[in-house]
Design a protein around this ligand. Structure first.
Ligand code: AMP
Ligand code: MG
Length: 346
C-alpha cells in the first residue's frame, strides 16, 4: 500500500487525521513508520503476534533481536510487566527511573506478563518498555489504543533513520515528523540480581542514571555491560549490543585522534571524514567532511550522527574515517555506535 503521509514541510506537522488513520492501521494489524525522539521506528500492535511478525519480515531482523514496546505512560508500561518478579531491593527502581526519565530515551527491560507475545521478546521472559517523548509518537500510541512494538525503521544492521526519508523500510503509512532531536537509540537498562545493568548505551547519558540511582536507589549498583560479538556467548544479553550494528555500507575506520592518521596510508582512495569539530581534518585530502558539532556539543553531535553517516554513505566514498569523540555524556553512545559501524565494515 505504501501511502506516504508527508507533513507540512515548514512546520513538519502531521495532522490529527493522519494520526487517527495511522492508529487505525496499527489496530488493523498494519505497520506504521513513526518518528520518536531517538530514531524513526517501524511500529506494530505489540499484542498482535501476526502484526509483529511483519515487522521482523520487513526489516529482515533476526528473530533473536527483541523489539521495544512503546507505551503512553508508566501505568501502561506496568500493565505489561510483573514488577513483583524483581528482587525486593529493586522493586522501587523502575518507578524511580520512570519518574525521572519518562517520557524520554530510556528503555527498561522487565519481567513480562503473559499477554506480551513471545515474538516481541524473541522468546525472552523479559520485555523492553519505553514511553517516548516525541509528540507524534505519543499521539499515535493514544490513537492506536494499544502498545506499539517498534524497532528502528532501517534494514537490520544498517544505520538508524533520523529522518523520514532515511527509512529504507516503509510502513503501510509513514508519518514524517521531521528530524529526530536525540538522534541515537534509547539507553537500555536491565535488572540483574547484582543491580541495574546498562545493556545498551544510548540517548540518556549513563551519568544521569547513576546520579538518580545514587539519590533514590537504596544502594543498588549500576554497571555498564560491555558489548559482545556473539549472541551465543551471552544468550540473555541485550542483542542490540552485537558488534555488527548501526553500520553504513561504506567501509569505515575509527581512529582515536586524527593526528594519528597518516594521510599517505589512504592512497588514492576517495575518503570522507566524520569528526566532532572537524578543524583537524583540513588539508588532509578528505573528499568530504561531516562536522557533528562545531562547538563540540555532544548532545547536538548525537542528534546529527546518523544523518552524517547516511550522507557520507551516499557520497560514493571508498572509505569513511571517523574520529572518536570525548567519552562522556552522549559521547559514550556516539563512540559505541562508531565502534560498531567500524567493526561491521572491517
Ligand atoms: P532497537 O534496535 O532500537 O529496536 O532496540 C531493540 C534493542 O532493545 C534490542 O536489540 C535489545 O538490545 C534491547 N532489548 C529489547 N528488549 C529486550 C529484552 N527483553 N532483553 C534485553 N534487551 C532487550
Ligand atoms: Mg536498531
Amino acid at each position: 500500500m505504501n501511502e506516504i503521509v508527508f507533513s507540512d514541510y515548514t512546520l513538519r506537522m502531521v495532522s490529527d487525521a493522519d494520526i487517527q488513520h495511522a492508529g487505525q492501521v496499527i489496530r488493523d494489524g498494519g505497520l506504521v513508520a513513526m518518528p520518536t525522539e531517538t530514531v524513526y521506528g517501524l511500529g506494530a500492535n505489540a499484542l498482535d503476534a501476526d502484526a509483529v511478525a511483519k515487522v521482523f519480515a520487513a526489516k529482515a531482523r533476526p528473530s533473536f533481536d527483541p523489539l521495544i514496546v512503546h507505551v503512553a505512560d508508566a501505568a501502561a508500561a506496568w500493565s505489561l510487566v510483573d514488577l513483583d518478579a524483581l528482587p525486593e531491593t529493586q522493586r522501587h527502581l523502575p518507578g524511580v527511573l520512570a519518574e525521572a526519565f519518562w517520557p524520554g530515551p530510556l528503555t527498561m527491560v522487565l519481567p513480562k506478563r503473559e499477554m506480551v507475545p513471545g515474538i516481541v521478546t524473541s522468546g525472552l521472559e523479559t520485555v523492553g518498555v519505553r514511553v517516548p517523548r516525541h509528540p507524534v509518537a505519543q499521539k499515535l500510541i493514544a490513537a492506536a489504543g494499544v502498545p506499539i512494538a517498534a524497532p528502528s525503521a532501517n534494514v537490520c544492521g544498517g544505520s538508524s533513520p533520523t529522518r523520514a526519508e532515511h527509512g529504507t523500510v516503509d510502513g503501510d503509512v509513514v508519518l514524517d515528523g521531521g528530524p529526530c532531536d536525540t538522534g541515537v537509540e534509547s539507553t537500555v537498562v536491565g535488572f540483574d540480581p547484582g543491580g541495574l545493568v546498562v545493556l545498551r548505551l544510548g540517548g540518556l547519558p549513563v551519568e544521569a542514571i547513576e546520579r538518580q540511582v545514587k539519590q533514590q536507589g537504596g544502594g543498588v549498583a549500576v554497571t555498564v555491560a560491555t558489548p559482545t560479538s556473539s549472541p551465543s556467548e551471552q544468550p540473555q544479553a541485550s542483542p542490540g549490543r552485537l558488534d555488527r550494528h548501526y553500520a553504513p555500507r561504506t567501509p569505515m575506520r575509527l581512529i582515536e585522534k586524527l593526528e594519528q592518521l597518516d594521510p599517505a596510508s589512504l592512497g588514492n582512495q576517495r575518503v570522507g571524514l566524520m569528526s566532532l569539530r572537524g578543524e583537524q581534518g583540513r588539508g588532509m585530502g578528505f573528499a568530504v567532511a561531516e562536522v557533528l558539532s562545531a562547538t563540540g556539543d555532544l548532545t547536538a553531535a548525537a542528534a546529527r550522527l546518523f544523518e552524517a553517516m547516511h550522507r557520507l554513505d551516499a557520497a560514493g566514498l571508498d572509505l569513511i574515517v571517523a574520529e572518536a569523540v570525548p567519552e562522556q555524556g552522549l559521547g559514550r553512545a556516539i563512540n559505541d555506535r562508531l565502534r560498531r559501524a567500524a567493526t561491521a565494515a572491517s
